[in-house]
Design a protein around this ligand. Structure first.
Ligand code: GEK
Length: 243
């Protein structure tokens, strides 16, 4: 995967357009996500470990909103059994084309089926592990419960959902503090104040963060028996929900 530096928001633009996962983003994506999401690499590695532990014979692991397939490759690297497969889905054609190319260059491991589709529209069946790594935050809030119910229905007993999200906080001071810490993180990764503020405008109304309590309650309504955070770095968290 290329590691071209993300400079998309480094020059001032008159009007900042809403963020889209297009070709310009694909070109810089690995660099962008690593320098923007604290703990991203730790989460990707752990997704592989969790998949290895929870994958079931003759089942499917789903990577929903897979982008360039970082979680898919991590799962494929760690999973030891051979009678299972991964289904990786994203609705960005540019992402999927790049992922197809990466998979052609690396065919080792269990089968990966790639789908260019809206994750709200796909069939989910026979799933032992489902990964939503920073994807649910881009789904309209009103669609989230029905989507999570579908995920729950498609999961095998003993299945797990790994849900990573940017979090919001009810307490105003905590919200300010965590936002400030995230900006400090981005500055430490080489982003300028201009890049940080233009990216923030681009993501407004596109990335819709919610509190941990909201996620936990919704997952309960969807059927999951237990949800806990297993990793958090400032306002970015990864949860495990158990069927
Ligand atoms: C990773 N999981 O590297 N249907 C399908 N895909 C969607 C939809 C949708 N409705 N909405 C957004 N996406 C990856 C990182 S990035 C997170 C995930 C980020 C896709 C979108 O095209 C993009 O590729 C991905 O979800 C979100 O572990 O950039 O902050």
């Amino acid at each position: 995967m290329s590691k071209t530096k993300d400079t998309l928001y480094s020059s001032p633009v008159g009007t900042v357009n809403s963020f889209e996962f297009d070709q310009s983003v694909v070109n810089v994506f690995p660099d962008m996500i690593q320098r923007s999401v604290p703990g991203y690499q730790t989460i990707i590695s752990a997704v592989g470990l969790l998949a290895e532990k929870y994958v079931q014979e003759n089942s499917v692991c789903y990577d929903l909103g897979c982008s360039l397939g970082a979680a898919t490759f991590s799962m494929r690297y760690q999973i030891k059994i051979t009678n299972c497969k991964i289904i990786a889905v994203d609705n960005s054609e540019a992402m999927i084309l790049q992922l197809d190319e990466s998979l052609e260059q690396n065919s080792e491991g269990i089968d990966v089926e790639v789908q260019c589709a809206d994750i709200r529209d796909i069939d989910i069946n026979n799933a032992s592990v489902i990964v939503l790594n920073f994807t649910l935050q881009f789904i309209p809030i009103e669609d989230r419960l029905i989507f999570l119910k579908k995920i729950y229905q498609g999961m095998l007993p003993g299945g797990i959902l790994i849900l990573s999200e940017k979090l919001k906080f009810d307490d105003v001071r905590q919200q300010e503090l965590q936002t400030d810490l995230h900006h400090t993180f981005k500055k430490s990764q080489g982003y300028s104040d201009l890049e940080i503020s233009q990216k923030r405008s681009a993501l407004e109304n596109v990335l819709l963060a919610e509190t941990f309590t909201t996620h936990q309650q919704r997952l309960k309504y969807a059927g999951f028996s237990s949800t806990e955070v297993w990793f958090q770095y400032f306002n970015f968290a990864s949860m495990i929900a158990l069927k």
